[in-house]
Design a protein around this ligand. Structure first.
Ligand code: SF4
Length: 352
């Protein structure tokens, strides 16, 4: 068997943490109990913690080792803040479900936003969270309210442990004015296929050129697995979307992104084409992110040369480095044209 064939037959495994922490009160919730039983059935080391925001003494000799172990640590707790952040441009609000991710995408903005708490936190009080979502929906009625569930995590990658995403999908399925959306790089979609979604959830996959996936997305499902999963999701009647992010300028990017769009077109079933959206996000970084990424992935080929970028001022004076206008326009035009060529009925929601 060739290496290529081997890569295509080996399936990305479900996430199993190395360590599990519980807030004592989390075990009073049915979801907390279920996760505890699951962790015991897997023979995982279980510890207690007073707060899911304060895990200290994680094992590891060096900072890098500690970071790697944190990414494989699951902390089960109660979400106390039930006030949702806004989530432009993809939705009105970010709905909390989990914080942290086991993936190792070099460019991931969680590197910065989670700082020194990169461990994976799962919340057990989903009823409280959904009650809060209902209040937000009522507040905006008769407008539709969209909730993004992947702002701080990749919820599909945790679904076999928490089951939360299915609850959110079914909740929104019953809400005439509520919509859910999330994005994933994992292909473990089977538990979600029979959910009563009522087409109120847009299931999106993050995709990229081969070069980007191979070089910058370790620890996530491979492209062919994501596409296969996208086909299943479309056949289950979900509205489907793709986020091409981050769009990276590298030697040969035109060929890479053209191939991506052709492969999407050639592998997707016709059901997927009925209600398809694309979101396009160019690569950006902050100075802080650059420092962290260089420490955590010292061999990364991710280009972060400030001299080659344009500085874009942001809120609270915190800006980021994006591609200069001419490059951004070239990326946008090229990818947009190819999408419209292959998917004339698709909607491109934004390029940012
Ligand atoms: Fe970050 Fe998404 Fe990669 Fe997880 S899968 S590390 S959330 S970019």
């Amino acid at each position: 068997m060739s290496t290529e064939q081997l890569i295509h037959t080996r399936s990305t495994a479900l996430f199993v943490p190395q360590l599990v922490y519980f807030e004592p009160d989390a075990m009073l919730y049915p979801k907390g109990k279920r996760i505890l039983e699951w962790a015991q059935s897997q023979d995982l080391p279980i510890h207690m913690t007073t707060s899911h925001n304060r895990i200290t003494n994680l094992p590891g000799e060096t900072d890098l080792e500690k970071y790697r172990i944190s990414k494989r640590t699951l902390v089960v707790g109660i979400r106390k803040t039930l006030k949702f952040d806004t989530s432009k441009p993809s939705a009105e609000y970010a709905i909390p479900i989990a914080t942290g991710c086991m993936g190792h995408c070099h460019y991931c903005y969680l590197q910065t936003t989670l700082g020194n708490k990169p461990y994976v936190r799962a919340y057990v009080n989903t009823d409280d969270i959904l009650k809060s979502a209902k209040d937000y929906i009522e507040e905006r009625a008769p407008e539709i309210t969209r909730f993004e569930a992947a702002c701080t995590s990749d919820p599909v990658g945790l679904e076999h442990i928490t089951g939360s995403l299915k609850e959110y999908i079914e909740f929104m399925g019953k809400e005439p004015l509520g919509r859910l959306r999330f994005v994933t790089k994992y292909h473990h979609v089977d538990p979600l296929l029979d959910a009563n979604h009522n087409k109120h959830t847009r299931f999106r996959f993050s995709v990229n050129s081969d070069y980007v996936i191979k070089n910058f997305e370790p620890g996530t499902s491979r492209f062919h697995e994501r596409i296969e999963a996208a086909g299943k999701v479309a056949r289950a009647g979900y509205p489907l979307g793709f986020i091409i992010a981050p769009i990276i300028w590298y030697e040969g990017w035109e060929q890479g992104y053209e191939e991506l769009i052709v492969k999407l077109h050639d592998t997707l079933p016709k059901e997927a084409l009925e209600d398809l959206t694309f979101e396009l996000i160019q690569h950006r970084f902050t100075k802080t992110a650059k420092n962290i990424i260089e420490r955590r992935y010292p061999k990364s080929k991710l280009e972060m040369d400030e001299a080659k970028r344009k500085y874009k001022w942001g809120r609270y004076g915190r800006g980021k480095y994006v591609y200069p206008d001419e490059q951004a326009a070239a990326l946008r035009e090229f990818i947009t044209e190819h999408i419209f060529d292959k998917f004339p009925a698709a909607k491109i929601e934004y390029f940012t």
